[in-house]
Design a protein around this ligand. Sequence first.
Ligand SMILES: [Zn+2]
Length: 98
Amino acid sequence: MINYKSYLLSIFVSLAISIGLQMILPFPFGLIAALALFTVYPLILRSRAMRKMGGSGSVGGGFFGQGQSFKYVCLACSNRFKGAVCPRCGSKMKKAEF
Ligand SMILES: [Zn+2]
């Protein structure tokens, strides 16, 4: 896990970079770049920590692996069901819903 000290340090680093960006770039662009940095930077940190912990870097695999809240919605009668065929009307036309 990310400890508190490196978390604080990363905030200070991204803050310093965002201040630097606003000095280099003209007003709206500097602010946008800083906001983008604050949005992206935690994601990078999290994915790096995930890679260090598990080794499986793919987020999608873990997401679909849960499977509990995974349901289908029938396109014919919009009945929610689990399985291959709609139990209400027998249609195989379906879309996935989470
Ligand atoms: Zn149906």
